[in-house]
Ligand binder design. Structure first.
Ligand SMILES: [Fe+2]
Length: 339
């Protein structure tokens, strides 16, 4: 058995639950500028313009919001097989099933907090139809002239009762490396950022104060420029999409950000981390202290209270439907963008 580093290549796709699929798809198409490739059995397959696979988000009609599955692409068939064995050796559950959305056979497990994780290697590369084809052969699809046109699904931030235990699973079993963390005064790790490649993070675990399990803090989508995030803020303002915080710059990881709630209640980040890479093989884990964390974001913006209280699915008493955008009430999602 080889060491796990390098065995996971990148985030593959997330299955996101929503109680209002039409409204959620409207958001992904008209705010983020993603493209729906098809809709089958209550699932919408959505792609960022630079996705080389069919989709990176599968929005699923469900009774409530939250994260159903997070899939990771292994770096080879052998890496997939070895990680599946390692997951089971670590005492986690596991099963093989047929892949979806062009992916081959898939190994499904959970992290210690109960989030469903899936590993696959075989995949089908996306071929754009003629009307969506890019001008250059090294780009999967033309950038849509709609919404802000996110480039890719960038990272996922999970809520978890014990971020350290879940991070250890990713490090020891899946081969992630930790790049930054928050250590509270009492010694507990309140959040940890993990990377599978040279992006400074792909997966984050943040402490869930509610006592829930398997919940989502946010999904993040990378833009080409910071200006597109400013454009997104105006677009959300015009369309009545709830802006939670930003635009601003994080101190941790230095990501330029905007956080909004999509109509299904899930928190979505638009982020611009594209220029920051961790190239050093011996990168030292950066630890932020509790007093440093309390200083807020990089340019002084305080951390908004809902950042610590809102997650999906909602806990009892949280009303995520209060965040339904006003701009789309009474409108059908724009059908002209569907392919
Ligand atoms: Fe984020």
């Amino acid at each position: 058995m080889t060491m796990p580093q390098g065995h996971v290549a990148h985030l593959g796709y997330a299955m996101l639950d929503t109680p209002d699929l039409d409204a959620t798809v409207w958001f992904f198409e008209n705010i983020l500028g993603m493209t729906e490739t098809r809709r089958v059995d209550g699932m919408s397959f959505l792609r960022a313009y630079d996705d080389y696979e069919e989709c990176s988000i599968i929005a699923c009609q469900a009774p409530t919001s939250g994260i159903r599955r997070t899939a990771l692409r292994a770096s080879s068939e052998r890496a997939l097989e070895e990680r599946a064995v390692a997951v089971q050796d670590a005492g986690r559950p596991g099963r093989w099933e047929d892949g979806i959305a062009g992916r081959g056979r898939t190994f499904v497990t959970t992290d210690p907090d109960g989030h469903q994780l899936a590993l696959y290697y075989d995949t089908v590369w996306y071929e754009a139809p003629e009307d969506l084809a890019a001008g250059l052969k090294n780009q999967a699809q033309a950038k849509p002239n709609r919404g802000i046109g996110v480039r890719r699904f960038d990272h996922i931030n999970f809520l978890a009762a014990r971020p350290e235990d879940n991070a250890a699973f990713h490090i020891d079993v899946l081969g992630a490396r930790p790049t930054e963390q928050i250590r509270m005064d009492d010694g507990r790790i309140a959040a940890k950022w993990l990377s599978f490649g040279q992006k400074s993070y792909d997966v984050v675990y943040t402490e869930d104060w509610t006592g829930g399990s398997g919940r989502l803090h946010h999904l993040a989508f990378a833009t080409d420029t910071r200006e597109e995030i400013l454009r997104a803020a105006d677009l959300c303002l015009d369309q009545g999409v709830h802006i939670e915080t930003g635009p601003h710059k994080h101190a941790i990881q230095q990501t330029f950000f905007l956080y909004v709630f999509e109509p299904g209640g899930n928190r979505i980040e638009m982020c611009n981390p594209l220029t920051r890479l961790v190239l050093a093989p011996d990168w030292p884990l950066v630890t932020w202290t509790e007093p440093e964390r309390k200083r807020g974001q990089a340019w002084g913006l305080g951390t908004i209270e809902t950042f610590h209280t809102h997650g999906t699915p909602p806990m009892e008493g949280q009303d995520t439907q209060a965040y339904r955008p006003t701009g789309m009430l009474g409108k059908r999602p724009s059908g002209d963008a569907r392919r």
